[in-house]
Design a binder for this molecule. Structure first.
Ligand code: FO1
Length: 335
């Protein structure tokens, strides 16, 4: 589905490359929006974090899966990057009254329909993968949106103010508590879905989106077997830094990195991914970090990574495709 402006290449640089992206929420969705403009969306698989899933009001909410799906469907709220465009919040007002709870997690009325449908289907024995596939079909999303696992593996953030669900830390407490530990509950017993495994094994290129490496990409890599599969994958692997000049464009990645002992810089992110990737894209404002990151054995690409509009999303996606091509050529010349 084509949406808000932005050019589409007539001859994309590597149009028939099967790309598998690892994604969190808003930052990833912006890049994916660009990617489906420079390649056929049918060739794109997106393995999505599910550790920000939360159960609330008896409903199962899967924010990153929904953010990616709504964005690719052209339905996401363009101001927030999550939820549905033009949504209203009357249902939520009633729910917080019934549950005598604070209103801190904003579930829109139309968004609630997704959560009711997902919860009902789960109760009927469908898996998150099947439900996501059906929602994508209904919304006209032709990329494969794949929850990394069908297990419920929510993130607990242990802070100086106690342990809490990631969404509580992020939204209710505005990421103010100091992070001491990050736990993905039950993840050691989770299994990657066959669709996730297939998307990694059959990928011709793997892209780690500019998402929080700790709580968005971290859980994907922690699902047993996934990191190993990625390490063994022969496809070129590239990541895009979500940190620019020591700051996360969206969310608390910078403070979470600092509080858990990693430098809150593009170099810190590169160190986290170093054994996994071949290439790393950093923002032009971080060009001075290029040499240091190259010492990790990575090919470093420098461009504008701030996706402020359709043109920037398109440009970064195109740049990523060209970087993949370079990595592919470099791999071939080594054979
Ligand atoms: N983010 C917020 O900052 N405030 C909210 O109230 C909020 C509600 C929400 C509801 C559904 C949904 O799918 C996402 C929502 N998000 C909200 C975004 C979400 O908390 C995070 O951005 C992700 O979980 C991290 O990727």
């Amino acid at each position: 589905m084509m949406r808000d402006g932005g050019p589409r290449l007539l001859v994309p640089p590597n149009a028939t490359t099967m790309i598998t992206a690892l994604a969190g929420g808003v930052g990833a969705a912006k890049l994916l929006e660009g990617l489906v403009r420079v390649m056929p969306s049918e060739y794109l698989s997106v393995i999505v974090n599910t550790s920000d899933d939360i159960q609330m009001f008896g409903l199962h909410i899967s924010p990153d899966v929904d953010i990616v799906t709504y964005t690719l469907a052209g339905l996401v709220n363009p101001v927030t990057g999550w939820g549905l465009v033009n949504d209203t919040f009357y249902g939520l007002d009633s729910l917080v009254r019934f549950y005598d709870s604070e209103r801190w997690f904003n579930l829109g009325d139309r968004d609630l329909a997704t959560h009711i449908y997902r919860t009902d289907q789960l109760r009927q024995g469908k898996t998150p993968t099947e439900i996501t596939r059906h929602i994508c079909e209904l919304l006209g999303v032709t990329a494969r949106v794949l929850p990394v696992t069908d297990a419920f593996v929510p993130t607990t953030i242990v802070t100086d103010q106690g342990a809490m669900h990631f969404q509580e830390y992020l939204i209710r407490y505005r990421a103010q508590p100091v992070v001491q530990e990050i736990r993905f509950e039950n993840i050691e017993d989770a299994v990657a879905t066959p669709e996730t495994i297939d998307a990694i094994v059959s990928a011709e290129a793997i892209v780690i989106c500019p998402s929080n490496p700790l709580i968005s990409i971290g859980p994907i890599l922690t699902v047993p077997g996934v990191r190993k599969l990625l390490e063994q994958a022969s496809a070129p692997k590239i990541a895009i830094s979500p940190i620019i000049k020591g700051q996360a464009l969206k969310g608390p990645a910078d403070r979470m990195l600092a509080q858990t002992g990693s430098p809150a810089t593009a170099l810190g992110v590169a160190q986290i991914y170093a054994n996994l990737i071949d290439g790393f894209i950093i923002d032009q404002q971080d060009a001075d970090l290029k040499e240091e990151i190259e010492k990790l054995g990575l090919k470093v690409f420098v461009t504008n990574t701030v996706m402020s509009g359709a043109t920037e999303k398109y440009a970064l996606a195109l740049f990523t495709m060209q970087a993949i091509k370079e990595l592919q050529v470099a791999k071939l010349s080594r054979v």
